[in-house]
Design a protein around this ligand. Structure first.
Ligand code: ADP
Length: 447
C-alpha cells in the first residue's frame, strides 16, 4: 500500500479523498493555490504545499509544480479527483516516469475515451450499444448530408473533443445542417483547439443513465448499478439519483453486464462511468468518464461500497474487494449539487459564508468543504457541496430529502437550495417522470 498520497485537487472532492486515505492509514499531502490557503482540505491534510497563484492553469493544472510537490513531500501516489488533471493522459504518463502512481485508469484508456469518436468506435467494438451516427469524423458537407439522410433528422453535430456540452448543434432538416456544421466546428475550435466533429441521431426525449464500473486492471471488473442524471441545466447535472425510476431489474442487469464485460475485455483499472441516453427501452452510449465522478456518493449510499477507498486499493495493485454477486442495491439515494449561485438567474455568488448549519440524521450525508467564515474564491467552480440522502424506498428518500433541505442553513451567499426545495415538492419529480429536457422547460416556465 502507498505511504503518502498527494491530492491534486481542491474543494469537497479533496476532502472526500482525504477521508478515504485516512481510513486506509495513508498520510496525505494537500496542494493549494494562493487563493486556497485557508481551505479546509489544507487544514485537514498532514502536510500542504502551495503550488501557485489563483488561476488553475498556474496551480491545479501545473504539472511541473505538482511533480515538485511530490518530490518535496515524498508522496508515492497522486489522486487527481475530478476535473483539473483527472483525465489528462500526459499527467498520468509523467507521474509514471517519476515512479509515482496515478490513482486512476491506464493512460491508454484515458486517451481513448477522451476522444469521443475513438471512444464510440471502441464502445461499439466491445458490444456496447451506440447512438446511430457517422462512422467517424465528418470532414465535408456532402458526406454529412448523406449520413444525415441515412440516420434521419433531427441530427446532432458533436465535437470530437467535446466536454461540458460545448460544440453541439441540432439540425432538424437538410437546410439546417450546413449551418449547424459551421457553428459546431467554430465552437469546437475555440473551446478545444480541435474542429473535428461527428454526427449522431438526435434523441428527442431520452433520460441520462450512467453505469458505475470498477476494474482491477487485470481483467476483473464489476458494475455497481446506475445513476439517473436526467435533471440537467445547460448539460450540467443538477440532481442525480439511483436506482433510476425508469429501469427495472432486467434492464439494469442487462446493460450492467454488457458494460462490465466490456471493461473485462480491455482490463480496465479503477473507477469509471459509462454514460448512456435511454429512450423507448433502448440504451445508447454517449461517452465514458475515466475518473471518479461528482455524483459517486449516490452509488456509495445504495451499495455501501466506498468507491474512493477501492480506487486507491486497486491502484496499489490489490484485487477488487468485492465480486459482482456481492454488489446489492439497497434502497434509494438522491444527490443535490448545491452551488453558490442565484437560484433563478444562476449567476455565481462568490463571497463569505457568514453562517452554515448542515442537516443531519439517519441517511443524510453532506460532502462539502465549506465552513462558517469561509470565503469562496471567484477563481473556481461554484459547487458549495453535495447533499446526499438515502431511504429504504424512493418515497422515504424524497421525504427525507425534503426535511434535510428545510434544515440546512447557508447565509452570506446566494445558493441553489431554493430550487431543490421546489423540485422535491414537484409532482413530476415525485413520479420520477422526467427526461433530459424537463428541468430546462421547468425553468423556462418560471419554475
Ligand atoms: P459532453 O462531453 O459535452 O458532456 P455528452 O456526449 O456527454 O457531451 O453529452 C452531453 C449531453 O448532451 C447529454 O447528457 C445529453 O443531455 C445531450 N446529448 C448528447 N448526445 C445526444 C443525442 N444524440 N441526442 C440528444 N441529446 C444528446
Amino acid at each position: 500500500m502507498f505511504d503518502k498520497i498527494l491530492i491534486a485537487n481542491r474543494g469537497e472532492i479533496a476532502l472526500r479523498i482525504l477521508r478515504a486515505a485516512k481510513e486506509l492509514g495513508i498520510a496525505t499531502v494537500a496542494v493549494h493555490s494562493t487563493a486556497d490557503a485557508d481551505a479546509m482540505h489544507v487544514r485537514l491534510a498532514d502536510e500542504s504545499v502551495c503550488i501557485g497563484p489563483p488561476p488553475a492553469r498556474d496551480s491545479y493544472l501545473n504539472v511541473p509544480s505538482l511533480i515538485a510537490a511530490c518530490e518535496i513531500t515524498g508522496a508515492d501516489a497522486v489522486h487527481p479527483g475530478y476535473g483539473f488533471l483527472s483525465e489528462n493522459p500526459h499527467f498520468a504518463d509523467v507521474l509514471g516516469e517519476h515512479n509515482i502512481t496515478f490513482i486512476g485508469p491506464k493512460a491508454e484508456h484515458i486517451r481513448t475515451m477522451g476522444d469521443k469518436i475513438e471512444a464510440k468506435r471502441t464502445a461499439a467494438r466491445l458490444g456496447i450499444p451506440c447512438v446511430p451516427g457517422s462512422e467517424g469524423g465528418i470532414t465535408d458537407d456532402t458526406e454529412a448530408l448523406r449520413v444525415a439522410a441515412d440516420i434521419g433528422y433531427p441530427v446532432l453535430v458533436k465535437a470530437a473533443a467535446g466536454g461540458g456540452g460545448r460544440g453541439m448543434k441540432v439540425a432538424r432538416s437538410k437546410d439546417e445542417l450546413s449551418e449547424a456544421l459551421t457553428v459546431a466546428r467554430r465552437e469546437a475550435k475555440a473551446a478545444f483547439g480541435d474542429d473535428s466533429v461527428y454526427l449522431e441521431k438526435y434523441l428527442e426525449k431520452p433520460r441520462h443513465i450512467e453505469i458505475q464500473v470498477m476494474g482491477d486492471g487485470r481483467g476483473q471488473a464489476v458494475h455497481l448499478g446506475e445513476r439517473d442524471c436526467s435533471l440537467q441545466r445547460r448539460h450540467q447535472k443538477v440532481w442525480e439519483e439511483g436506482p433510476s425510476p425508469a429501469l427495472n431489474a432486467d434492464a439494469r442487469d442487462g446493460i450492467g453486464e454488457t458494460v462490465a464485460n466490456a471493461m473485462r475485455q480491455i482490463k480496465y483499472l479503477g473507477a469509471g462511468t459509462v454514460e448512456f441516453l435511454y429512450e423507448d427501452g433502448q440504451f445508447y452510449f454517449i461517452e465514458m468518464n475515466t475518473r471518479i465522478q461528482v455524483e459517486h456518493p449516490v452509488t456509495e449510499m445504495i451499495t455501501g461500497i466506498d468507491l474512493v477507498n477501492e480506487q486507491i486499493r486497486v491502484a496499489a495493485g490489490a484485487p477488487l474487494s468485492f465480486t459482482q454477486a456481492d454488489v446489492k442495491l439497497e434502497g434509494h439515494a438522491i444527490e443535490c449539487r448545491i452551488n453558490a449561485e442565484h437560484p433563478v438567474t444562476f449567476r455565481p455568488s462568490p463571497g463569505s459564508i457568514s453562517y452554515f448549519h448542515p442537516p443531519g440524521g439517519l441517511g443524510v450525508r453532506i460532502d462539502s468543504a465549506i465552513y462558517q467564515g469561509y470565503r469562496i474564491p471567484p477563481n473556481y467552480d461554484s459547487l458549495l457541496g453535495k447533499l446526499i440522502v438515502h431511504g429504504r424506498t424512493r418515497t422515504e428518500c424524497l421525504m427525507r430529502l425534503r426535511r434535510a433541505l428545510d434544515e440546512v442553513v447557508v447565509d452570506g451567499v446566494e445558493t441553489t437550495l431554493p430550487l431543490f426545495r421546489t423540485l422535491v415538492r414537484n409532482q413530476d419529480i415525485q413520479n420520477g417522470d422526467y427526461d433530459i429536457h424537463w428541468l430546462e422547460h421547468f425553468l423556462a416556465d418560471g419554475g
